[in-house]
Design a protein around this ligand. Structure first.
Ligand code: SAH
Length: 249
């Protein structure tokens, strides 16, 4: 039997945001390797499977990537149907590309299944349109935390004219803020910091580039959270205000 691994996105948390394809893969799985950002509620779709937790939360105890690779290979070579389940989308800051390349190099067939990435889900759940005619003509997904600790090209991002969605930014708020301000983004640019997007504990803190670090501290913002930086973050607040007026009226 051909060895095969499904690299599946579990979405941002809300189990209703799973794709039908993800549900089908889970239903066929014999082994599921699961990250700690995955909501365990999605496991109702694979009661038959052996579930192995291989969480890699930033800064915490984690399972070495090489060990995860070997586990996937071992089960695939036993002819088992293996699902590697990741939070959000497997290929957005999820090492899906690396894992797919490694598996392919070892003769394992790989099928990638999209998930809804946290940045898109978080914005939508807060009523923020990441692109909006006349306001934002694009969106850039960027991580604030790189393997070699280097900074993204903040000034290029500041000049991009797109909405910025920053992943893994909670511990680097000061660097994000300083980099974008130095790059010429206006201090009054709206910022939304969205924690636990799409989960029952979702919270969002609205701020501006100038005060985001202080507001996040007062709000006790915690990971996982994404930052949405750009005019649209204020646009949504305006929409919400209108709704409140309409309801009150
Ligand atoms: N592959 C994932 C991202 C993994 S990187 C995806 O596509 O969503 C981990 C980062 O994703 C976290 O530091 C945080 O910035 C973001 N994240 C993941 N789940 C989140 C959630 N439910 N709410 C807010 N941010 C989340």
């Amino acid at each position: 039997m051909n060895a095969k691994v499904w690299l599946v996105g579990a979405g941002p948390g809300d189990p209703e945001l799973l794709t039908l394809k993800a549900v089908r893969a889970l239903g066929e799985a014999q082994v599921v390797l699961i990250d700690d950002l995955v909501n365990p509620e999605v496991l109702v779709h694979c009661p038959q499977a052996r579930v192995i937790e291989v969480g890699k939360r930033g800064g915490c105890r984690s399972t070495p990537q090489a060990f995860i690779h070997r586990l996937m290979l071992r089960y695939a070579r036993q002819g088992k149907c293996v699902v590697r389940l990741k939070g959000g989308d497997p290929c957005i800051f999820g090492r899906g590309g690396e894992e797919a390349e490694w598996l392919a190099a070892h003769g394992v067939e790989v099928e990638l299944v999209n998930g809804i990435t946290a940045g898109l889900a978080g914005a939508t759940r807060c009523g923020i349109p990441l692109t909006h005619r006349g306001v934002a003509r694009g969106v850039t997904l960027v991580t604030a935390h790189t393997q070699d600790d280097s900074d993204p090209h903040w000034s290029a991002l500041a000049q991009s004219g797109t909405t910025l969605v920053v992943y893994m930014g909670v511990t680097r708020l000061e660097q994000v803020r300083a980099g974008l301000l130095a790059g010429g983004l206006a201090p009054e640019t709206p910022v939304a910091m969205i924690e636990n997007a799409s989960l029952p504990g979702q919270r969002d803190c609205r701020s501006t580039l100038a005060t985001m670090h202080e507001d996040a501290r007062a709000f006790a913002l915690k990971s996982p959270a994404i930052l949405v930086i750009g005019e649209v973050a204020g646009q949504a607040a305006a929409l919400q205000a209108l709704e409140t007026v309409a309801i009150a009226g």
